[in-house]
Design a binder for this molecule. Structure first.
Ligand SMILES: Cc1cc2nc3c(=O)[nH]c(=O)nc-3n(C[C@H](O)[C@H](O)[C@H](O)COP(=O)(O)OP(=O)(O)OC[C@H]3O[C@@H](n4cnc5c(N)ncnc54)[C@H](O)[C@@H]3O)c2cc1C
Length: 451
C-alpha cells in the first residue's frame, strides 16, 4: 500500500496517505471525489496546512492539495471571489491595489480561502464588527461527495450557517466570495497593565471605541493591550513600517530567540531569564514603537515561509465568555505557575488573547452565545508542550471554554460536546445529508462528531 507522508506547517501532525492529488480546477476536485478506487476515503482537502490540530490528517485516505486553485476570480461591488487555494495575503494585496480591504485582517496570511470559508478563525473584532473571517463570506461553491456542485449564498441562512463551520465535512470548497470594503486609516497603540489593573479596567476597555487584543505574560503578571480603531479623519501618508516591524519580531525574531534559548540554555533559570528579558523588550517595543494614528489594516497580515524553519511556532486556543474572562485569566496565571512548579515545564513564548464579538454567522461559532475572549498559549513546541496542552485543555474545558476544531489541539469528544452541545448534534445530522457514506470523515472528525 502506498504511503505518502504529508505534514502540517509546524511539522508535528503527520498524514500517511494512500493517495495525494493536486487540484487545479473544480473538475479535478470532482474527479477525486468520484473515484474512490484511485482516491480512497477519507478525502481531506489541504490549503496551506497551517492548522494545529489533526483536522486535515488522514491515515490511509487521500490528501487533496488545493494550492493550485489560487485564482482571484472577481473583485466588484465590494466583494471578492477567489478559488479555494488562494492565500488570504495574496487576495488582500490584490484588494489593496483597488483601495479595498478585508473586514477581518488576521495575522496569518497563509490562510487559504477554502479554509477561511469553512473553518474557525480569530482576530479581535473591530468595534461593531465580527472577528471571524467566515462571517463575511456571502457565497460558497462546494463539490459534494456525489460529484455535484452546491452553491450556498446568504439567501439560504440556515445552510450558510452550517457550511461556514463545515471544516470540509459537507464538501470541498472550490471558491468563495467575501464582502470587503474601502481601505480606511487604522490607528493602533499599546499599553501594559498588571493583572490586577487589567481585571479592574477590562469593563471600560471593552466598552471603549477600540478593538482590544492581548499579549499575555503569565510569569510576569502583565498584559499588554493592543488598541485599534478606524479613523477616517486621519490624513497624510499611512505609516507602512510599524506592522512589518511587529510582524518581523512576532513571526521571525521572537520564535527564533525562544527556540534558541530552549536549545542552548540547559539551566532553566537562565533560559527563562533570557526569554522573560526578550518579552520585556517586546512590551517596550509595542508600547513605544508600534503606534500610529494612520496605518493600513492589510499590513497586519503575515506571509509565513512555506515550511516552518527556525522561526516555526505553534499554539492552541480556548475562548471564554467575556463575563468570566477576568476570573479565568487569573486562574490561568495560577495554573501556569503551578504547572511549572510541579512539572518543571512552562510555555516558552508568550500567550495572546483576542476579544471576539458575539457571532451566530456559523453554527459552530465559538462566540455563538455571546462576546468571547481567548487565551492562546504560544510555543516553539519544546518537550512537554503536548502534556501541558492536555492539562490546559482540562483546565479550559472546566472553565467553560469553547475550542476551535482547527486551532485547539488535543480536545476530547466530551470537551467538544460540553462546549457545543446541541449545535454539534444538529451539525452532525445536517452533514450526513451531504456526505452519507462518510467520504470526507477522517478519524478526527469521526471521533468528535460521534459517527
Ligand atoms: C504560525 C501560525 C499563525 C496563525 N495565526 C492565526 C491567526 O492569526 N488567526 C487565525 O484565525 N488562525 C491562525 N492560525 C491558524 C490557521 O489560520 C488555521 O489553522 C487555518 O485553518 C489554516 O488555514 P489553512 O489553509 O492552512 O488550512 P488547512 O490547515 O490546510 O486546513 C484546515 C481545515 O480545513 C479543511 N480544508 C482546507 N481547505 C479546504 C477546502 N478547500 N474545502 C474544504 N475544507 C478545506 C482541511 O481539511 C482542514 O480540516 C495560525 C496558524 C499558524 C501555524
Amino acid at each position: 500500500m502506498a504511503d505518502f507522508v504529508v505534514t502540517n506547517w509546524f511539522g508535528d501532525l503527520v498524514s500517511h496517505a494512500q493517495a495525494v492529488a493536486e487540484a487545479n480546477s473544480a473538475a479535478d476536485v470532482v474527479n477525486v471525489l468520484k473515484n474512490p478506487a484511485q482516491y480512497p476515503s477519507p478525502v481531506r482537502a489541504v490549503g496551506a496546512n497551517h492548522s494545529t490540530t489533526p483536522c486535515a490528517v488522514v491515515n490511509g485516505g487521500t490528501i487533496l492539495k488545493m494550492s493550485g486553485m489560487n485564482k482571484i476570480l472577481d473583485i466588484s461591488n465590494n466583494t471578492v471571489t477567489a478559488e479555494a487555494g488562494a492565500l488570504y495575503i495574496d487576495v488582500a494585496q490584490a484588494l489593496e491595489k483597488q483601495k479595498l480591504q478585508f473586514y477581518v485582517n488576521t495575522e496569518i496570511g497563509n490562510l487559504s480561502v477554502g479554509s477561511a470559508a469553512c473553518c474557525g478563525t480569530k482576530d479581535s473584532s473591530m468595534p461593531g464588527e465580527f472577528g471571524q473571517v467566515g462571517s463575511y463570506v456571502s457565497r460558497i461553491k462546494m463539490a459534494l461527495p456525489s460529484g455535484d456542485f452546491l452553491v450556498v449564498t446568504d439567501d439560504q441562512p440556515e445552510l450558510m450557517q452550517q457550511v461556514r463551520s463545515s471544516y470540509g465535512t459537507f464538501g470541498i470548497v472550490c471558491e468563495a466570495t467575501f464582502r470587503v470594503r474601502p481601505i480606511q486609516p487604522m490607528a493602533v497603540r499599546h499599553q501594559t497593565f498588571t493583572l490586577d489593573e487589567f481585571i479592574q479596567k477590562l469593563p471600560s476597555l471593552k466598552a471603549g471605541s477600540e478593538s482590544i487584543m492581548f499579549y499575555v505574560f503569565p510569569f510576569d503578571n502583565l498584559i499588554t493591550v493592543e488598541f485599534r480603531k478606524y479613523d477616517p479623519s486621519a490624513s497624510g501618508d499611512p505609516n507602512r513600517v510599524i506592522w512589518p516591524l511587529r510582524n518581523y519580531l512576532w513571526a521571525t525574531a521572537g520564535p527564533a530567540v525562544c527556540a534558541n534559548a530552549e536549545k542552548d540554555l540547559a539551566d532553566k533559570t537562565v533560559r527563562y531569564g533570557v526569554i522573560d528579558g526578550f518579552n520585556k523588550l517586546w512590551r517596550w517595543k509595542l508600547e513605544n514603537l508600534i503606534q500610529s494614528g494612520n496605518t493600513i489594516a492589510t499590513d497586519q497580515i503575515i506571509r509565513y515561509p512555506p515550511t516552518g524553519g527556525v522561526s516555526r511556532y505553534t499554539f492552541s486556543l480556548w475562548a471564554f465568555p467575556a463575563a468570566t474572562y477576568p476570573a479565568v485569566l487569573r486562574a490561568c496565571f495560577q495554573f501556569c505557575q503551578q504547572y511549572y512548579q510541579q512539572n518543571g515545564y512552562r510555555v516558552n513564548m508568550l500567550f495572546v488573547g483576542y476579544s471576539v464579538a458575539k457571532d451566530q454567522s456559523s453554527l459552530l461559532s465559538y462566540s455563538y452565545d455571546g462576546d468571547m475572549m481567548t487565551i492562546d498559549p504560544v510555543s516553539t513546541g519544546n518537550p512537554g508542550w503536548d502534556q501541558f496542552l492536555a492539562a490546559y485543555n482540562q483546565f479550559s474545558s472546566g472553565q467553560g471554554g469553547v475550542p476551535l476544531f482547527n486551532q485547539t489541539n488535543g480536545i476530547t469528544p466530551a470537551m467538544a460536546q460540553k462546549a457545543l452541545g446541541g449545535r454539534l448534534k444538529t451539525f452532525a445530522a445536517a452533514r450526513q445529508a451531504y456526505d452519507p457514506e462518510g467520504r470526507l470523515l477522517n478519524d478526527y472528525f469521526r471521533n468528535i462528531l460521534g459517527n
